[in-house]
Design a protein around this ligand. Structure first.
Ligand code: F0G
Length: 422
């Protein structure tokens, strides 16, 4: 057991990631659910946060005494998506869209918690390695808290939208000529040596904050547990957090069962999927590749937690190809919803799961869209103009392509184009 005032991420004996536990917590589920619902009407900053609203489950911070670093994260919608449901072969599909967060991804749910603890510990420098979203989020929360953000990125492999956010929020941004996994190992050493607080998902409080994604979802669903929750998998922090959320909700009596979890990886970066199928030793992918750069991770740190979550839930892990992800993403766009490439892996995976009969067409499914459509506009433009190539250089099909049309400044010609295209 370690104190919450210690700067520690892994067990000194066995090296495993540590997690926060609130031993002896007991809540009255009905009363607490009513309190959480009532807080949605409150104008208090901590109540407006879709994370701190559920602070009874975040026992490591005291909303009265600690300075809570919040920019109104969470509060992300559940969106009905009939078109995407049809595409997957489902009667109905709901997206929990984390891209509605202040920096455009689910990372904000965790970062508000990690930054709050960092500030309480008196840390001046905070750091993370990131495929983009963590860094955007970390830079924003560090800036809001008055700490200095240092960001390590794999050079050349993050979207401009995310890089731009890090710069705009004032982070010292280091582009390292190595991949995510290599940089994470490097940063863990540097953080120890230089007294820098790490805000990657090795940080246990990030996971605590991300738990609330599931708590908020359950609050929004009036506590009806879905049959399936589908999520993309990269470093596997999110799925670990989701599993922890349901484990706690069940132990506290808020729910009677846990949904089955499906984790979808990109085919070129799918060590967890391979492990799920074969078991034995966990074999990292040395040179992970995918256009869904957010999940371009070959050696996910949270895999031991994640496999437990998937197994306990009777869940599955699968992978989607670049083509499947690209087409699924365009379909999410056609719903008027939109998301970044990694998020679309959920819909691509669901299509496979319905086709193979693992997910029943009448199942109650929530897919978590992890990032905003504007995170990676370059990908979108290339897809719609038939220029999107796999990391290996193969041109993808623009199945649902929607290229802009260049027209002369002539009303007659423009009218012709409109008639032909509508
Ligand atoms: N979706 C998006 C949009 C992400 O940015 C990430 C992870 C994931 C899914 C996977 O989540 O790692 O918890 O399994 N992005 C990290 C980053 C690694 O650095 O921004 P995970």
């Amino acid at each position: 057991m370690f104190s919450i005032d210690e700067v520690i991420y892994t067990c000194p004996k066995c090296g495993a990631l540590i997690e926060h536990r609130d031993e002896g917590l007991s809540l009255d589920p009905e009363k607490t659910a009513r309190l959480w619902r009532a807080r949605r009407m409150s104008n208090a900053t901590v109540d407006q946060s879709g994370v701190w609203r559920y602070r009874e489950l975040l026992g490591f911070a005291d909303a009265e005494r600690d300075r809570i670093v919040t920019i109104r994260e969470g509060n992300t919608p559940l969106l009905d998506a009939p078109r995407a449901a049809r595409y997957a072969g489902l009667d109905k599909l709901t997206f929990k869209h984390q891209g509605f967060n202040p920096t455009g991804s689910f990372k904000d749910n965790g970062m508000t918690a990690g930054a709050t603890v960092g500030l309480r510990l008196g840390m001046k420098l905070v750091a993370c390695v990131s495929t983009g979203n963590t860094s955007a989020s970390m830079a924003a929360y560090a800036a809001a808290a008055g700490m200095t953000p240092i960001i390590f990125l794999p050079h050349g492999n993050i979207s401009y939208g995310k890089l731009a956010q890090a710069l705009e929020y004032g982070a010292l941004t280091l582009q390292v000529e190595a991949n995510f996994d290599q940089i994470l190992a490097l940063v863990r050493v540097l953080a120890d040596e230089m007294g820098i607080y790490l805000l990657n998902s090795v940080n246990p409080f990030r996971i605590e904050g991300q738990k609330t994604i599931m708590v908020e979802m359950m609050d929004q669903r009036d506590w009806r547990v879905p049959d399936w929750v589908v999520v993309p998998g990269g470093n596997l922090g999110n799925i670990s957090a989701f599993g922890k959320a349901f484990r706690e909700l069940k132990a506290l009596g808020f729910v009677e069962r846990v949904p089955r979890f499906a984790v979808v990886q990109a085919a070129g970066s799918a060590p967890f999927c391979d492990y799920f199928g074969e078991r034995g030793e966990f074999r990292p992918v040395r040179d992970p590749e995918t256009l869904a750069t957010a999940i371009r991770i070959g050696d996910p740190v949270s895999w031991p937690k994640a496999i437990q979550v998937v197994d306990e839930s009777g869940g599955v892990v699968l992978k989607a190809t670049e083509q499947e992800i690209a087409d699924a993403k365009a379909v999410v766009g056609q719903c008027g919803i939109g998301c970044e490439p990694a998020s679309a892996a959920t819909l691509a995976g669901l299509k496979q799961l319905v086709a193979s009969g693992v997910v029943d067409r009448s199942a109650d499914v929530v897919a978590v869209l992890t990032g905003n459509v504007l995170k990676d506009p370059d990908y979108i433009f290339k897809y719609h103009t038939s220029q999107l190539k796999t990391p290996g250089g193969e041109l993808l099909e623009s199945t649902f392509g929607n290229a802009p049309v260049v027209v002369p400044n002539e009303p007659g010609r423009i009218a012709e184009v409109i008639k032909a295209r509508t």
